[in-house]
Structure formats: C-alpha cells, structure tokens
Design a protein around this ligand. Structure first.
Ligand SMILES: Nc1nc2c(ncn2[C@@H]2O[C@H](COP(=O)(O)OP(=O)(O)OP(=O)(O)O)[C@@H](O)[C@H]2O)c(=O)[nH]1
Ligand SMILES: [Mg+2]
Length: 253
C-alpha cells in the first residue's frame, strides 16, 4: 500500500509541475498584456448582514477587505470587467453588508470597510462583529486581498487587520489601490515603504489601479494560483487513498 501511495503522490506532484510550467509561460505572455484567468460573466449572488446569512461556497472563496473608501468595490469591478457589479461611492462607508459575487471559478466576498470615523459607536461595533465572525470561519476562505491606499502610510486599523489575519493564519496579499494617482517612481517608493511598515516582503504587495486596469493581470495570476492550490487540496482530500488511511486506522485499533 505504501508503494501505491507513493505513486499517487508522485502523480499529483507531476500534475502540479505541469501546471507550474504552464504558469511560467503565461508569465511571459503577461508582459504582452494577456492574463491567465479570463473572467467572463461575474454575477452578484447575495448580501449578508450577519453571520447566519453567510454562504458556504462550493468553490474557492476570496475575501476583499480594507478600510472604508479604499477602493474594494472598484477593485472587484475591475476584475469583473464591469462598471457597476459592486456599488462604488465617493461617500465612505457605503458597503455595510458582505456582498458575494460569483466569478465562475471562484467566489469573491466584498466586506464592509473598517475605520470610517463618521459612524456611530454601535454601528462600528456591528461591523467589527460581522468581520470577526466572517474571518473566524476560516476554512471557507481560500485567500484574502487586503486593500490599502498606495498613496498613504498604512493606518492603525490596517496594521490591526494584518495582525488579525496572521493570528487566524489566513493567507493574504496586500493590494495597493489608486496607483494611477502616483508617478511610477513614487509608486515604487511607496510599495517599499508600506511593505516595511507592515513587516512584509514586497512580493506580498500588488499595486493596482481600478481606473487604468494597472496590476489586474498580476492579481488574476495570484487568484489562479490560489484556485489551483485549493483545488489540488480538495482533490487530494477526495482520493480513495484517504479512505484507505481511515480503514488502516481502524485495523490498527
Ligand atoms: N483614481 C482612482 N480612484 C479610485 C480607484 N479605486 C477606487 N477609486 C475611487 O475611490 C472611491 C471609493 O471607491 P469604492 O470602490 O467605492 O471603495 P470601497 O472600499 O468599496 O468603499 P466602501 O464600500 O465605502 O468601504 C470612489 O470614488 C472610486 O471612484 C482607483 O484605482 N483610482
Ligand atoms: Mg464598497
């Protein structure tokens, strides 16, 4: 049986290598502005105001969080190639619900923004509770995009959010928004500074602009790798070999 197991694992490994090779080719293609993941028809699924309304998706779910007005909804619209899939507003604190979107191969959850000063204490506590219970169910979450403004230093809330994600061992990438508002040079400088402030490597930060589409392909590539990993984990969980393992445990007892 050991031998059989090894062969299966080797096969899985080979499959992964093939995928990886494909991705590397696509990385080359990306410089010619083509992306690995094509989003054809993203649709709104539902909104949730509290924990008992959260959905249990049957495909990888990626959560988008960040402070109020940072550009979460605009980021989602950029990925969807749609202008009004997620409601955007220049008035901060508009998204007060968890909004779920079906992107075909994955689900995106647009979370209520944090750190907006002009709301009541009660409302803030309600938002904090919603975010808290959303992230606590971490088995449902394949990845988190934590959005931060590329122009500014991370806020105290941003730092707390990162600490929270680390504490709950949630895999995340920091997406820097509104990169169109900075020169190329300034953007590079800011990426370096924000990474240092958050104690992250620069590769954990992706600069984007919903206005120009800058960085979109890199984000789609990240999503593709998240989906691939998640699906291969699910595949491995479902292989008969795991059932055999359980039987072995029974035999052993
Ligand atoms: N120039 C520029 N403006 C942006 C970009 N992304 C978002 N904005 C603007 O920033 C404002 C807020 O964008 P939203 O996408 O609504 O932000 P949000 O994080 O969803 O906001 P809440 O739901 O209120 O927390 C809007 O006026 C957008 O047009 C960007 O990449 N570049
Ligand atoms: Mg929003």
């Amino acid at each position: 049986m050991q031998q059989k197991k090894k062969t299966k694992k080797q096969n899985a490994h080979t499959r992964y290598e093939v995928k990886y090779e494909k991705k590397t080719k696509n990385e080359e293609m990306q410089t010619q502005n083509s992306s690995v993941l094509t989003i054809k028809n993203a649709t709104f699924i539902t909104s949730a105001a509290k924990a008992d309304q959260f959905i249990t998706p049957d495909k990888p779910m990626i959560a988008v969080c960040g402070k109020s007005n940072v550009g979460k909804s605009s980021f989602i619209n950029m990925l969807a190639n749609r202008k009004k899939l997620a409601k955007t507003s220049s008035e901060p604190g508009r998204t007060r619900l968890v909004n779920y979107f079906d992107f075909g191969e994955f689900i995106l959850a647009d979370l209520p923004g944090y750190g907006f000063a002009r709301v009541s204490k009660g409302e803030k506590e309600k938002w904090a509770k919603t975010l808290d219970s959303f992230f606590k169910d971490r088995d449902k979450i394949a990845h988190v995009f934590m959005l931060a403004d590329s122009r500014h230093d991370p806020t105290e809330d941003d730092v707390q959010m990162i600490e929270f994600l680390n504490f709950h061992i949630l895999p995340f990438t920091v997406v820097l928004t509104k990169a169109d508002k900075l020169s190329k040079m300034k953007l590079k400088e800011h990426v370096r500074m924000i990474a240092a402030d958050l104690y992250l490597g620069e590769s954990n930060l992706l600069a984007t602009s919903a206005e120009t589409g800058f960085g979109k392909d890199t984000v789609l590539q990240k999503i593709k790798s998240v989906i691939d990993v998640q699906n291969s984990v699910l595949e491995n969980d479902e292989t008969p070999e795991n059932t055999e393992d359980l039987e072995d445990v029974d035999d052993f007892n």
